[in-house]
Design a protein around this ligand. Structure first.
Ligand SMILES: NC(=O)c1ccc[n+]([C@@H]2O[C@H](COP(=O)([O-])OP(=O)(O)OC[C@H]3O[C@@H](n4cnc5c(N)ncnc54)[C@H](O)[C@@H]3O)[C@@H](O)[C@H]2O)c1
Length: 353
C-alpha cells in the first residue's frame, strides 16, 4: 500500500514510518519539521527505496494539495499535530492552526484525490487522535473511555484535537470519504521528545536534577508502548471499518508517581548513581498544571474484539526497554536539549496570550 504519513518525523509518526517500511509499504513522510521533529527518528529506514520525505506545512493548503496530488497515495495516516498540552496553555493559536485548519486542508486534498479517482472504496484517511478529547475520569477503575464516551475536552490541545475529530467524521457523513479514527492513551518509548514526562525523568535523573512531579502525582494515565501503537494503527488502517473509531490503550494504568518511582528503580539497577543513593531521592513535587485531568483509561474492547489487537508489552517491560534505549542513544537526546523550551517549565498559565 502507498501510505502518506503526516508527522512522520515526530515521536509516534516515526514509529509508524519505520514499521510500515519494514512491512513492505511505500511510505511518503510529510512533515513541516517543527521544534518537535527529528529526521534521525527515521534514519533506520531513510535509505529504503520505499521511503521518501516531503517538507510540507499542513497549514499551507496549496502545498498539501500539491503533495497529495503528486504522490496519489492509497491512504493518508494523519499524525502531524502540535502535541504538547503545556505548550497549548502558553500559546494555543498554533494548535488551532495546525490541528484544526491543517486537518481540514488534508481532508479537502484527500477528498479531491479520492473523487478524481472515482471514489475507490479501498481509499483510507486514518486520523490519529487522543483519549484527552473525552476529558477526565473519576478514580473508579470500572469507568473507562469507550468509543461512545461523550467528548469533553478541557485543554486547548484536547479541544483542538476534538475539533479535528469532528471534521473527520463530518467528511465521512457528508462526502462519504472512507475515514477511520483512533483515540489512544499516553505513548512512551524510544525517540520520545525530551519535553515529555518519561524522558524528562530519565534525563533529569542522569543529570542529577530534581525530578518534577505535577501536583501530588496522583494523576492516572494508561501507558501505551509506541511500537505497539504503531502496530495498532497499521491494523486499523488495513482492517478497520470506514466511519468507525477505535480506542487504543496499553492496559497499563499507573499514577504519575508510581510511574516515576518505577523509572527510578530501573535506573538504580541499570545506571546506579555514583553515590549509590536511589534516584527516587531526586523526586520533587511542583505546582500542578492548570486544568490537569485526573485520570485517563481506555476500554480497548472494540479493537480487541473486532480487530484482534492487544498490546504486546507490560509497562514494566516497555519502561525497561525505553530506559535502555536512552542510555544507548545519548547523541540523539543531547542534540535535542537545546531546542526552544526544552528543560523549562511550560504551561503554568502565566505566559499571557
Ligand atoms: N504522544 C502521545 O502520547 C499521544 C497520545 C495520543 C494522541 N497523540 C497524537 O498522535 C499524533 C502524534 O503525536 P506525537 O507525540 O508523535 O507528536 P510529536 O509532537 O512528537 O510529533 C508531531 C510531528 O508533527 C509535525 N508537525 C507539527 N506541526 C506540523 C505542521 N503544521 N505541518 C506538518 N507537520 C507538522 C512535527 O514536525 C512533528 O514531527 C498527534 O496527532 C497527537 O495528537 C499523541
Amino acid at each position: 500500500m502507498k501510505i502518506l504519513v503526516t508527522g512522520g518525523a515526530g515521536f509516534i509518526g516515526s514509529a509508524v514510518v519505520r514499521l510500515a517500511v519494514r512491512r513492505g509499504h511505500e511510505v511518503i513522510n510529510l512533515d513541516a519539521l517543527t521544534y518537535a521533529a527529528c529526521l534521525d527518528n527515521v534514519a533506520p529506514v531513510a535509505d529504503s527505496p520505499s521511503y521518501s520525505f516531503e517538507q510540507v506545512d499542513i497549514r499551507d493548503a496549496a502545498a498539501v494539495e500539491n503533495c497529495i496530488a503528486r504522490h496519489a497515495p492509497d491512504a493518508v495516516l494523519h499524525l502531524a499535530a502540535e502535541s504538547h498540552v503545556d505548550r497549548s496553555i502558553d500559546a494555543p493559536g498554533v494548535f488551532i492552526e495546525t490541528n484544526v485548519k491543517g486537518t481540514y486542508n488534508l481532508l479537502q486534498s484527500a477528498r479531491a484525490l479520492w473523487e478524481r479517482r472515482g471514489r475507490p472504496e479501498t481509499f483510507r484517511f486514518l486520523h490519529v487522535s487522543t483519549d484527552e478529547v473525552f476529558g477526565s475520569l473519576p478514580a473508579d477503575p470500572s469507568v473507562k473511555f469507550t468509543e461512545t464516551t461523550p467528548y469533553n475536552p478541557r485543554s486547548p490541545y484536547s479541544a483542538s484535537k476534538a475539533s479535528s475529530d469532528h471534521l473527520v467524521r463530518a467528511w465521512h457523513e457528508t462526502y462519504g470519504l472512507p475515514v477511520l479514527l483512533t483515540n489512544c492513551s499516553n505513548n512512551y518509548g524510544p525517540y520520545h521528545f525530551p519535553e515529555k514526562l518519561i524522558p524528562v525523568i530519565i534525563l533529569g535523573a542522569l543529570a542529577g536534577k530534581p525530578l518534577p512531579i505535577y501536583g501530588d502525582g496522583s494523576n492516572v494515565r494508561d501507558w501505551l508502548y509506541v511500537e505497539d501503537h504503531a502496530d495498532a494503527l497499521l491494523t486499523v488502517l488495513q482492517n478497520g471499518q470506514p466511519g468507525r473509531s477505535y480506542n487504543i490503550g496499553g492496559e497499563n494504568e499507573r499514577t504519575n508517581l508510581e510511574l516515576v518511582r518505577t523509572l527510578c528503580g530501573i535506573l538504580d539497577r541499570l545506571r546506579p548513581r555514583a553515590d549509590g543513593r536511589p534516584y527516587a531521592g531526586q523526586i520533587t513535587f511542583v505546582s500542578d498544571r492548570p486544568g490537569h485531568d485526573a485520570r485517563y483509561a481506555i476500554d480497548p474492547s472494540r479493537i480487541r474484539e473486532e480487530l484482534g489487537w492487544r498490546p504486546s508489552v507490560t509497562v514494566e517491560e516497555g519502561l525497561e526497554r525505553t530506559v535502555q534505549w536512552y542510555l544507548s542513544n545519548e547523541d540523539w537526546w543531547r542534540a535535542l536539549q537545546d531546542r526552544d523550551g526544552v528543560g523549562r517549565r511550560l504551561g503554568t498559565g502565566e505566559a499571557g496570550a
